[in-house]
Design a protein around this ligand. Structure first.
Ligand code: AGP
Length: 618
């Protein structure tokens, strides 16, 4: 959702801010703005729409200062407009904010009653007025004024605040919205996410909930002071991030999404690295962040996740049940709070989230821990909120995922979950050493099989062209093919704006079959995964209703090739593999199909309309 960048240095701040905001575009936004200290004043430029509009506005009014804050806004309170774009100003103060001030209605009434005239519909403007009032009331410093203002607000926030009264200072604070501080050579930068600071520094400090950072330039000295909102000093050494700036670039691909699809073999290698012991047929325990005893002390695995991560969790459920023989369930993050779920110390909750910041998943983690359950996070972003709120973290190491539509994070989540299921099965004695070895070995072959599968990119583009006019699509799968079908449908919806439904193949007769006619492409995921015969029967049922078949099967499967030819359908194949890992491959053609449909339609592939990469609001 919204993105924040703050910079204190000796070079002009505004290009650094805009470059940082550009790296946060993937989070989703509809307007942007910057504020920079300039000649004893604050210069503010804002624009609705894409960053190119802000660029154009800045070209007309270049800003010279070396201390500033920037923001991309994803509208919550108030429509996208220049007046609602951040930074928001009150007296000498300018504020950018990511999150939601929950008591904004009461505070707005109070401020209006005392004579404040609001310039925007946003909740953020309240913070600007509160800080400005605290300064006017004699708070003595921007740091003290922000502290006083934070004492009045409840909700989720990451904020960056400037004041004309202290031209060499930026005050930052965070609660439930991400904020990372970068310590550069003679400069300081902060942002909502790591890609925005990588070209300045890779030495970072992750701010934690309830903390503030005061960035200060004194002559040639730069200091970042950390403290809690309640005043205790915080000391935290910077961590070196192993993501390179190049990883956050397109690297010659037309879109980040396409680059990330093709990065999957490398991403899986990174997820597996150092975690598999093929000789012992086991997964290295220390990597999971959970002690072995948990494996035998639990009665249930309860996955919680949203969107694509929930589809990965559904696959995880199959593996946990099949390999570890532990009852497993999957709950959508946003529904947990409405379920009054029963958690016990005999539950292991697995929270799956690429960003590690999804607010619904985070709320579920907190509910699970309150109920006494142990929580393992499977996340991609180091030290993000969900891993921090969990007992252990298993990182997917996919590298930065910039495209809003998740691809490499999905397949690395699958790899992580399969490893987890093996780890659990080995400790519970439900998985033999031999079977564990064969599953893990199959996993190590996945990167090279993926490389082979991705070679079909050009033919999948032709397939996308043939089905470009489709208004609706159906995706069917059985077993783990079902979450893959859901994921294929979600990808198509998200980026090509075609209505698509994912269904369990066995459910087709219970409703969706009524939708099938000659205008409906039906994607059937039917590799040799142990369910082939049954799923293949769906092909005939689809064709009998004149649906257009797109079958995703195993290369060299003559029976499938003949069936598809008989039904005048299209066939896409993935290389033969062990059944346990085949669906790490079948999702690739679906990702490519959705990508090419979107690209051929000319949609904004990396930043699809209305979507945000990190959903930090309920
Ligand atoms: C994936 O393509 C989506 N953009 C979305 O469904 C996403 O998976 C969901 O918002 C969950 O995000 P998370 O993995 O960061 O928690």
């Amino acid at each position: 959702m919204c993105g924040i960048v703050a910079f204190v240095g000796t070079r002009p701040a505004s290009p650094v801010l805009v470059e940082g905001l550009r790296k946060l575009e993937y989070r989703g936004y509809d307007s942007a703005g910057v504020a920079v200290h300039a000649g004893g004043d604050l210069a503010i430029v804002r624009a609705v729409g894409k960053l190119s509009n802000l660029d154009a506005a800045l070209a007309k009014a270049p800003l010279a200062g070396t201390v500033g804050i920037g923001h991309t806004r994803w509208a919550t309170h108030g429509r996208p407009s220049e007046a609602n774009a951040h930074p928001h100003v009150s007296g000498p103060v300018a504020v950018v904010h990511n999150g939601i001030i929950e008591n904004h209605v009461a505070l707005r009434h109070e401020l209006e009653a005392s004579g404040v005239v609001f310039a925007s519909d946003t909740d953020t403007e309240i913070v600007a007025h509160l800080v400005s009032r605290a300064l006017a009331a004699g708070a003595g410093s921007l740091e003290a004024a922000v502290t006083a203002a934070l004492g009045r607000v409840t909700g989720a926030y990451a904020i960056a605040v400037l004041s004309k009264t202290e031209p060499d200072v930026i005050v930052l604070a965070k609660d439930q919205s991400p904020l990372v501080l970068g310590i550069g050579e003679g400069e300081l930068i902060a942002a909502s996410d790591i890609p925005a600071i990588l070209s300045t520094t890779r030495d970072v400090v992750f701010l934690q909930d309830g903390e503030m950072a005061i960035l200060r330039r004194t002559g040639a000295t730069f200091e970042a002071k950390l403290r809690t909102v309640s005043g205790e000093p915080v000391t935290r050494a910077p961590k070196r991030i192993d993501w390179s700036p190049a990883q956050a670039e397109k690297g010659g691909f037309k879109h980040f999404m396409l680059k990330e699809i093709h990065e999957q073999p490398r991403a899986i290698e990174d997820t597996l690295r150092g975690r598999i012991d093929l000789t012992a047929g086991d997964v290295v325990s220390q990597e999971l962040g959970l002690e072995d005893a948990i494996a035998t002390s639990i009665d249930r695995v309860y996955f919680v996740a949203c969107g694509t991560s929930a589809h990965a969790a559904m696959a995880g459920r199959y593996w946990v049940e099949a390999l570890a023989r532990v009852p497993a369930t999957v709950e959508i993050g946003s529904e947990v709070r409405y379920r009054e779920p029963v958690f016990t110390p005999r539950d292991l909750v697995i929270a799956v989230s690429q960003s590690g910041e999804t607010s619904d998943t985070l709320a579920a983690v907190k509910a699970a821990r309150a109920g006494g359950a142990r929580v393992l996070a499977i996340a991609n972003v180091l030290d993000s909120a969900i891993p921090r709120a969990s007992d252990g973290a298993f990182y997917t190491h996919a590298g930065p995922e910039i495209g809003v539509a998740s691809t490499k994070c999905f397949t690395t989540q699958l790899a992580a979950m399969l490893m987890f299921a093996v780890w659990l099965g080995r400790r519970r004695g439900s998985l033999s050493v031999e079977r564990a070895k064969s599953v893990l070995e199959a996993l190590t072959h996945v990167p090279s099989l993926m490389r082979e599968a991705l070679e079909d990119d050009a033919s999948i583009r032709l397939l996308a062209k043939r089905h470009l006019k489709a208004r609706d699509m159906l995706f069917l799968g059985r077993g783990i093919g079902f979450p893959i079908a859901l994921e294929g449908a979600l990808k198509v919806k998200e980026i090509s704006y075609v209505h698509a439904e994912g269904y369990a193949a066995g459910e087709m007769k219970h409703g969706p079959i009524a939708l099938i006619d000659d205008a409906m492409p039906v994607v059937v995921v039917c590799p040799r995964d142990g369910h082939f015969e049954k799923t293949a029967s769906n092909l005939a049922e689809v064709r009998a209703r004149e649906g257009q078949i797109i079958a995703v099967g195993t290369k060299g499967d003559e029976e499938l090739a003949n069936l598809v030819a008989k039904h005048e359908g299209d066939l896409v194949t993935v290389p033969p593999s062990a059944p346990e890992v085949v669906h790490l491959l079948t999702v690739l053609p679906l990702q490519l199909l959705s990508y090419h449909m979107a690209d051929l339609k000319g949609t904004d592939v990396d930043q699809p309309r209305n979507l945000a990469k990190t959903v930090t609001v309920e």
